[in-house]
Design a protein around this ligand. Structure first.
Ligand SMILES: [Ca+2]
Ligand SMILES: [Ca+2]
Ligand SMILES: [Ca+2]
Ligand SMILES: [Ca+2]
Length: 273
């Protein structure tokens, strides 16, 4: 019955590995560990992010829509918000929505708590997500989303630049497309949310504005409420119950045939098999 035992042991290892997939994933550290997946600059002003790593309880992420001017924000006239993920850690793949950001009485986040006031999204604008001691002082930029090329262009950094952020246009820094001089009012990621082999693979998919986003220069509210379906990764193949049964059956047949053969050898009785 050694083979049967081996099969049981293998299945036990697979089940144990599947039970704790989260333990092998790091916390928020690098650009792209979270990505923006939705923006609406009309109505209440809203945005959505997806976490691409696990995030520990109590983690704080800051959002700022002042313009980054290469070494610091160009002022504090816009908004500096802090999101605390709350008392329970969040799993990689979780989508978090931030709604009615310009309305203090109606502002909401789908999980955790927000502090710092309101955020008004209008005209040319960019939202940065970052880690740091406070919502004015980035230590690591995680992602950005903008509707204006000028806000990423190092030309005239006082109206925004990606210089010094560590973010990359087309992956971690998203630029919603313009139609001539008409800026996007909003958009949403409409690409795959399952099938990638690693969460980090979604950085490229989310960064592909041409293929994987729906955007509008007319009305951003059409994208709200945002799609909150969580992102998934393909896990190592674990046998389905039906194929497990077949494996056990096959193992049992082999074991029985071996036992019969060894008995036959002892008794000197042989039959055609
Ligand atoms: Ca607005
Ligand atoms: Ca603004
Ligand atoms: Ca701004
Ligand atoms: Ca600029």
């Amino acid at each position: 019955m050694r083979l049967v035992h081996r099969v049981f042991t293998g299945v036990a290892v697979l089940i144990a590995a599947g039970a704790h997939p989260a333990n092998s994933v790091a916390d928020l550290v690098n650009p792209g560990d979270l990505m923006f997946i939705g923006l609406n600059m009309d109505g209440g002003d809203d945005f959505a992010i997806v976490l691409l790593t696990n995030v520990a309880a109590g983690t704080e992420v800051h959002f700022n829509d002042n313009e980054w001017a290469a070494t610091g924000f160009n002022g504090q006239a816009e908004s500096e918000l802090t999101w605390n993920v709350g008392g329970i850690g969040l799993a990689a793949g979780t989508v978090v929505t931030f709604n009615n950001m310009n309305n203090a009485g109606n502002q909401s986040v789908s999980v955790g708590t927000l502090s710092g006031g309101t955020m008004s999204l209008s005209g040319d604008d960019t939202v940065y997500a970052f880690l740091g001691p406070d919502a004015f002082t980035p230590s690591t930029f995680l992602a950005a989303i903008s509707n204006s090329e000028a806000e990423y262009d190092p030309e005239n950094p006082n109206n925004g630049t990606l210089e010094g952020t560590g973010l990359t246009l087309g992956t971690t820094a998203l630029l919603l497309p313009q139609d001539g001089t008409d800026l996007s009012r909003g958009g949403q990621y409409i690409g795959p949310r399952s099938g990638a082999s690693a969460f980090s693979d979604y950085v490229t998919l989310v960064g592909d504005l041409t293929t994987n986003w729906s955007t509008s220069t007319i009305n951003g509210t059409q994208f709200v409420p945002f799609n909150t379906t969580s992102f998934q990764v393909a896990t190592a193949a674990v046998p389905e119950p039906a194929s497990l049964s077949l494996m056990f059956l096959a193992a049992s047949v082999v074991a029985v045939r071996r036992r019969v053969k060894s008995q036959n050898r002892r008794t000197g009785h042989f039959s055609k098999t």
